[in-house]
Ligand binder design. Structure first.
Ligand SMILES: Cc1cc2nc3c(=O)[nH]c(=O)nc-3n(C[C@H](O)[C@H](O)[C@H](O)COP(=O)(O)OP(=O)(O)OC[C@H]3O[C@@H](n4cnc5c(N)ncnc54)[C@H](O)[C@@H]3O)c2cc1C
Length: 388
């Protein structure tokens, strides 16, 4: 198969700066060199390639769009391009980067005290410390405001009780950003590895995102020092602000998985002979490939425009909802059609297709399900909220 060179049918490269293109190409080469050769093995074994955490830090992928405290300070389009290239490798690698940067470093950077920022951000940016984000609970997914995890103010400290589920990087994490109710109001707490009463067992049996660690977080009378509360935010807008950033990265990332599927399907179609001709010569097969290119091109324009608006400060969370839901949806459909073009070979680990398809099922659900984003857009259009 020819080396992946990306698809740029509408010359979006003309809309990128030289620095943005250079970084994108550097990440692409890094993925080709470090991720592609090992990812299927990790996926089949259900392990995260832990040695890549430090490398991602050294490469400037972690908290890429944050400034100060050892963070790279890149613009949001560049951050998006990094997510795109990482997810071309695997959604689990991009998830690691999204969680670390957008869901752990961002809340510390935006809502944390100076001491919290100095203590955690340089280590997290370097990949020397790992973080996780605990919002979802066993009985509260799309409706996090119903969360049961509680913190009590005991004067000299807080006491945390409850449980979180489906937490990416949970078992690996040195610090967990945990959202819990304090006097009925959602607050963020930094829960550190080794605190008494805090455990993070890994969840097993996943058929999706297998090269990513997913965990429960359990809190039994965990004593949290007063200085570990995030002082800068109260209420659901705290976790939702983080999710807007992470969803932005997903809107780009899904295009990486989609391009990987189109690349593989296109190459396969040119080399697979049936009825004495390459299957690429059949109109029905070309129709499938052309449809993939069409949807990827539309998704790229959405992501690029969203990124430029994020950098200009005009992006809204509804715009992110539209791009996240659209780009993940088309990526998932593209993975399924690409599997069809590969015939039986499409189910083999030799090709990236089934791995991307299975991963994208999680991406479709996490960070707001497809339908929750539909409801966000419905509310924007009609002024009526239909969540409850
Ligand atoms: C691999 C993986 C990693 C994850 N990582 C993290 C993480 O790091 N941190 C974290 O906090 N969470 C994480 N999550 C959790 C994820 O964010 C939740 O799964 C997601 O928010 C959906 O919640 P749920 O699974 O409980 O589904 P539910 O909320 O139970 O939804 C089930 C179905 O009902 C639909 N539905 C729900 N409410 C409505 C409504 N009002 N109207 C119409 N339809 C509705 C949904 O769209 C969906 O189709 C992860 C999930 C996965 C799979």
């Amino acid at each position: 198969m020819s080396t992946f060179a990306g698809f740029d049918f509408y010359r979006i490269d003309d809309l990128l700066s030289d620095e943005e293109k250079t970084i994108r190409d550097t990440v692409r080469d890094w993925v080709e060199d470090k991720v592609v050769p090992i990812i299927e093995k990790h996926y089949l074994e259900g392990t995260f390639p832990m040695h890549l955490a430090r490398e991602m830090g050294e490469m400037g992928f972690l908290g890429a769009n944050l400034t100060g405290y050892g963070c790279p300070g890149l613009n949001n389009v560049t951050y998006g391009l990094i997510c795109q290239e990482l997810e071309r490798g695997d959604s689990g690698i991009r998830s690691f980067c999204s969680v670390q940067g957008s869901l752990v470093m961002y809340p510390i950077w935006a809502y944390g005290s100076e001491d919290q920022k100095n203590k955690w951000l340089p280590k997290l940016a370097a990949g020397e410390a790992i973080g996780c984000f605990g919002l979802t609970e066993p009985d509260h997914g799309s409706n996090p405001s119903g969360m049961l995890t509680r913190a009590e103010d005991k004067g000299s400290h807080y006491v945390l009780n409850g449980a979180k589920m489906w937490i990416t990087n949970g078992t690996l994490a040195d610090v967990a950003v945990v959202w819990a109710k304090l006097d009925g109001e959602i607050r963020g707490f930094l829960v550190e590895r080794g605190m008494q009463g805090f455990t993070a067992p890994e969840m097993t049996g996943k058929h999706s995102l297998r090269a990513s660690v997913t965990s429960e977080l359990v809190f039994q009378d965990v004593i949290i020092p007063k200085e570990n509360i995030l002082p800068g935010v109260k209420g659901l807008k705290g976790p939702l602000g983080c999710l807007t950033n992470a969803r932005y990265g997903i809107a780009w990332g899904a295009l990486g998985a989609a391009q990987s599927c189109l690349h593989s399907a296109n190459e396969y179609a040119k080399s697979r002979i049936q009825f004495d001709r390459p299957i690429a010569s059949f109109q029905l097969v070309q129709n499938k490939l052309a449809w993939m290119l069409r949807e990827i091109t539309k998704g790229q324009l959405l992501a690029w425009r969203l990124g430029r608006m994020k950098d200009a400060g005009t992006m809204t969370h509804e715009m992110v909802s539209l791009a996240k839901m659209n780009n993940v949806d088309i990526a998932l459909q593209i993975a399924r059609v690409a599997r069809d073009v590969h015939g039986a070979n499409g189910i083999l680990a030799e090709y990236p297709i089934m791995r991307h398809a299975a991963n994208l099922e999680s991406v479709y659900t996490y960070e707001g399900t497809h339908d929750i984003h539909n409801l966000v857009l419905g509310r924007w259009l009609t002024g009526v909220q239909a969540f409850t």
